[in-house]
Design a protein around this ligand. Structure first.
Ligand SMILES: NC(=O)C1=CN([C@@H]2O[C@H](COP(=O)(O)OP(=O)(O)OC[C@H]3O[C@@H](n4cnc5c(N)ncnc54)[C@H](O)[C@@H]3O)[C@@H](O)[C@H]2O)C=CC1
Ligand SMILES: O=C([O-])CC(=O)C(=O)O
Length: 330
């Protein structure tokens, strides 16, 4: 019988496809663990509130023991008031032929007002995960609109890319995913991202040695991971949803529970200048969590290829920041 008081979790875009794959897992305890009751706050645009109400009816019908209540909002200030965990999913997905950055003009305007609403009323310990694309730059916009919230509370989701990289490496080596550690996604959640195996291990051995085929890493592994979103859109006719929801669960669960000893994960966090990434940009890094805050893993040696890939992705983030400024979004 859960005794703790409920943790408030706000999910935007609650009536969308990721929302539908995410909410039931949160309510069942997979986000915050089996001892933590949750109160859900669903934010939708007015025309999708009815659909969100339908999702709430289904949540009721699951009789989840940990679900302490559901509120539905079409106002961001109300949806984020007192919230502890804010999952910013609501935004337009891309369609075939688009890059995620093409969504900036359509979606960027969502994240300033939501950042301001978080600033105005979220709980002191709020943790924010931006999923809506372009996720890194939308997180940058939200953080800029929340001057009173510590910058390290704003994160962007690259855990899906990380999980994709782990899946690809496991398939190639025949190792179980549990044998794989220290994979990194650097940079932007876009086709320029750098999925990096330089420090990764498989069963404790260097991954590059186990694979033994640099051409596969460069010509197959990296593009497969970096372009997986487009492959899913092509195959499904809609962008990834269940795997995205799964990655959001993983991101928050790792943030709250901490990373296992000797391993790290990947997340888009506000750069402190580490690895030459300009301070303030939201870039993916290798990160650990102690259950409180993310820490960027320090001191990793990078070869010339890695340096070039990271710089190229960071350059795209710089360009997106310029575009945000030109659009007056931050
Ligand atoms: N970072 C990542 O790894 C991934 C990011 N995404 C992104 O997540 C976003 C959502 O994807 P889907 O759920 O598939 O889209 P969807 O179109 O199925 O759902 C989006 C929902 O957001 C709602 N919405 C739009 N503006 C809103 C606002 N201002 N406030 C609250 N709700 C709002 C819409 O009414 C809709 O119900 C897209 O931008 C997509 O590209 C998707 C997969 C992975
Ligand atoms: O590719 C997309 O547009 C959706 C997404 O971010 C992903 O699946 O990684």
């Amino acid at each position: 019988m859960p005794a703790a008081s409920p943790v408030h979790v706000t999910v935007t875009g609650a009536a969308g496809q990721i929302g539908y794959a995410l909410l039931f897992r949160i309510a069942s305890g997979q986000l915050l663990g089996p001892d933590t009751p949750v109160r859900l706050h669903l934010l939708e645009v007015p025309q999708a509130v009815k659909a969100a109400e339908g999702v709430a009816l289904e949540l009721d019908d699951c009789a989840f023991p940990l679900l302490a209540g559901i509120d539905i909002h079409d106002d961001a200030t109300e949806a984020f008031a007192g919230t502890n965990v804010a999952l910013l999913v609501g935004a337009r997905p891309r369609t075939a032929g688009m890059e995620r950055g093409d969504l900036l003009s359509a979606n960027g305007g969502i994240f300033g007002p939501q950042g301001a609403a978080i600033n105005a009323g979220a709980a002191q310990d709020v943790r924010v995960l931006v999923v809506g694309n372009p996720a890194n730059t939308n997180a940058f916009i939200a953080a800029a609109a929340a001057p009173d919230v510590p910058k390290d509370r704003f994160t962007a989701m690259t855990r899906l890319d990380h999980n994709r990289a782990v899946g690809q490496l496991a398939a190639r080596t025949g190792a179980p995913v549990t044998d794989i550690a220290r994979v990194t996604i650097w940079g932007n959640h876009s086709a320029t991202q750098y999925p990096d195996l330089l420090h990764a291990t498989v069963g404790g051995r260097p991954a590059l040695e186990v694979v033994g085929d640099d051409a596969w890493v460069r010509d197959t592994f990296i593009p497969t991971v970096a372009k997986r979103g487009a492959q899913i859109i092509e195959a499904r006719g809609a962008s990834s949803a269940a795997s995205a929801a799964n990655a959001a669960i993983d991101h928050v669960r790792t943030w709250v529970d901490g990373t296992p000893a000797g391993d790290w994960t990947s997340a888009g966090v506000v750069s402190d200048g580490s690895y030459g990434v300009p301070e303030g940009l939201v870039s993916s890094f290798p990160v650990t969590s102690d259950g409180g805050a993310w820490q960027i893993v320090q001191g990793l040696e990078l070869d010339g290829f890695s340096r070039g890939r990271i710089d190229a992705s960071v350059e795209e983030l710089v360009d997106e920041r310029e575009a945000v400024r030109a659009l007056g979004l931050a």
